[in-house]
Structure formats: C-alpha cells, structure tokens
Write a protein that binds this ligand. Structure first.
Ligand SMILES: *Cc1c(COP(=O)(O)O)cnc(C)c1O
Length: 391
C-alpha cells in the first residue's frame, strides 16, 4: 500500500501505531496515559498550559484525534462520545430552511436523526439512490447545503462514486460529508477523493474489539474544523479519556485486522456465491457486484462486511442466524468476533415491509460482519447452519 505523501510522510501502518503519540515527557510512559481529569491548574487567571476543562480538551483525546486525522490524511480530527454524536455535530452546521441530499439506504440511526430530529427544525432531506450520480444531481435544490453519503452501504454494500458525488456537491457550493465507518481509512480515504469531512463510528472497526462506543470527524479545512470544534464543545458529546484510550489501542492494529477481515470475507463471499441454497451474495469484492468497478478504484480492498439472501423464508433465515456458533447473533459490526444478523426483524425492522422489500432488503437477507476467527471454522459454521435451516 503506497500512500506516502512525501519523503517524510510515513505509510498508514506506521501512522496507525505512532501518529499523535509520543512517550510522556515527565515519566517516559510509552503509551498515552488515561488522563482521568476534569480541570487543569492555571498559572495566572486565563494562563493555562494548553488545557482548561476536559469537555473542551483532554490530552488522551488530543492524541486520539491526531491519530485519526493522520489515518484519514486530514489535518484536523475531533472525537465524540458516539458515531451519532459526530453526525449530530455536522448537522449543527445547518440552519432552518436548509436542504440535504442523502442516500435512501443510510444507516438507521442517521435516518432517524435526519427525519425525527432535524426535519422538526425545518431542515429538508431528499433520500435518493446514490449509486446513480444523475439522481444525486437531480436532487439538488437552491437551498441544498449538505450531501451526506455512505459507501459501501448497509446492508446491501452498494458503492457510491465518492469523487463524482463530491464534485456534484461542490458545483452546488454544498459540503460533502462521508460516513467512512464500513470501509475505514485503511481501505478508503474520502478526503483524498474530494470529500470535505469524514465521519466515523469508532465503535466499529477503529475501536475493533466491541468494547467501546465513540465517534469522530476529520477534515482538512481549518475553518470547517473551527466550526465543528465550536459545536463539539458547545453540545458536549465528547468521549471520556478511558474510551479514547481504548480506541487508540484499537487503531494501532487496524491495518493487520483489516487485512484479515478482508481475506476472510473474500473467501466466505466466494463460498456463499457457489452455494445452492444461497440466492445472491452482496460483496463489492465479487465481480458480479454492480459496484465492483468503482470499489476497485476507490478502495484498497473490499472490507469485512457482506450480506446474502437465503433461498428460503423469513423463518428459515431466522433459524440460520440462531444456529451459528462461530457467528454470534447480534447487531453492530467491526469487532474481532464474527457477528450475524437478519435485517428484516432486526436492524431494519422500522422500515415498512413493502418499502423494505422494494429496497432489496428481503425477508431472507442475512448480514455478516466477518471476524478474525479461522476462515475454515467460519465456513463450516455457516455450512451447518444453512443445512439446518433449509432441510
Ligand atoms: C454504528 C454506525 C453509526 C452510529 O455510530 P454509534 O457509534 O453507534 O453512535 C453511524 N454510521 C454507521 C455506518 C454505523 O455503522
């Protein structure tokens, strides 16, 4: 992976381990200490040593924010107490009367904050098929201030052309924000492709161990970062130092974890693709996936998430997901352990049935977050669960 930007810019595996962190000046502690602390001594009124109060800034958070900014190739990082806290902060930039263009299959929590919180504040949202750039273009209005997109999407792994979409946003003087949670900066760096701000649920691959909830925003634009920083401090959805420490521990191994997530997912996708009881497989690494070509140009690999449709009923798919042993039945994704879920009665239950099926989210659709267990064990587990479900 060659993403060096100059003679002194280290590659991403090196930055994952080191960026933002230096041994503690006073003690020599190699790891960033957990600064469990709310306030800071001042040498004279208004004369502090860089920190005043931990909502505004905390040294453990500072290291994490610098690490995340470096991974995304941006100058400025901001950490939040959840992915939703990060998303909310971007929406704080809007005013009543503004309009937002976004994808019809955005993350459920994002859809909820758009339609149940910000629509109440008189902000309008258009939900379109983001895989079609002309639909994005057509959705822009006079007052469109923000294009919000995800790629690959959840759970059908649709791929959006980031460079093409951000060009449209900029032609309309709108901001282009990308939720990069599924791909991670190891596989896809939206700022390099023209996006203005990148958003993360650190809860997923960046934390990587299913033990912390956190979020982040990264940008290369100083003025935009100042505005985001104002809302970060004013609204206060900031993470505690222990959470920052956990994420920082996770990001160090992001590259090696992602390599294995991708390798296992690729093998499982090919195996499922050949299985008689599987109707179709959604994985951008498969050449048959409609977004494969764009994914191959804007991603370095295809990720650890995939979905498949069982040739069977909702009940049979429910049986499949309860029969697995290596794959745990749970929502969320991106941890070292494999997870399996059925969108229809679980993550996507809030969508009316007809709308859900029209969007391709059929009753027998199953989503998996491929973990780091041995891939032969993962495949054997899916095989026995499919056999039990369909026979
Ligand atoms: C989980 C998730 C979020 C929300 O993040 P939280 O950390 O749960 O608040 C946003 N976007 C995507 C794509 C996610 O998977």
């Amino acid at each position: 992976m060659d993403d060096s930007e100059g003679p002194t810019e280290k590659r991403i595996e090196t930055r994952a381990v080191h960026a933002g962190q230096t041994p503690d000046d006073e003690t020599g502690a190699l790891m960033t200490p957990i600064h469990a602390n709310s306030t800071y001594v001042q040498d004279a009124p208004g004369e502090h040593r860089g920190y005043e109060y931990s909502r505004t800034g905390n040294p453990t958070r500072t290291d994490l924010e610098a690490n995340l900014a470096s991974l995304e190739g941006g100058a400025y990082g901001r950490a939040f107490s959840s992915g939703m806290g990060a998303i909310n902060t971007v929406l704080n930039l809007l005013e009543s009367g503004d309009h937002v263009v976004t994808g019809e299959d955005v993350y459920g929590g994002t859809h909820r904050i758009f339609t149940q919180v910000y629509e109440e504040y008189d902000i309008d949202f258009s939900f379109v098929d983001m895989t079609d750039l002309s639909e994005i273009e057509d959705a822009f209005e006079e007052d469109t201030e923000l294009l919000w997109l995800e790629t690959p999407t959840n759970p059908l792994m649709s791929v959006v052309d980031i460079a093409g979409a951000s060009e449209i946003a900029h032609a309309h003087d709108a901001l282009c924000a990308i939720d990069n949670t599924f791909a991670t900066p190891y596989l896809q760096r939206p700022l390099e492709l023209g996006a203005d701000v990148v958003c993360h649920s650190l809860t997923k691959y960046l934390g990587g161990h299913s033990d912390v909830v956190a979020g982040a925003l990264v940008t290369d634009d100083e003025e935009l970062d100042d505005r985001l920083g104002f809302y970060q401090n004013s609204v206060g959805a900031t993470p505690g130092p222990f959470d920052c420490f956990l994420v920082l521990r996770g990001t160090k191994t992001l590259p090696v974890r992602m390599d294995r997530h991708c390798e296992n997912a690729r093998k499982i996708a090919s195996w499922l693709d050949e299985h008689d009881a599987v109707e179709r497989v959604y994985y951008p690494g498969l050449e048959s996936h409609p977004g494969h070509e764009i994914a191959a140009t804007q991603m370095d690999d295809f990720g650890g998430m995939l979905s498949f449709e069982l040739d069977g009923s909702l009940e049979q798919a429910s049986m499949l997901v309860t029969e697995t042993e290596v794959f745990t039945l749970a929502e969320s994704l991106g941890g070292v352990e494999s997870l399996i879920e059925q969108p229809a009665p679980m993550t996507h239950a809030a969508i009316p049935k007809e709308e859900r099926i029209a969007a391709g989210l059929t009753d027998s659709l199953i989503r998996v977050s491929v973990g780091l267990e041995n891939v032969e064990d993962q495949i054997a587990d899916l095989e026995q669960a499919i056999d039990t479900a369909v026979n």
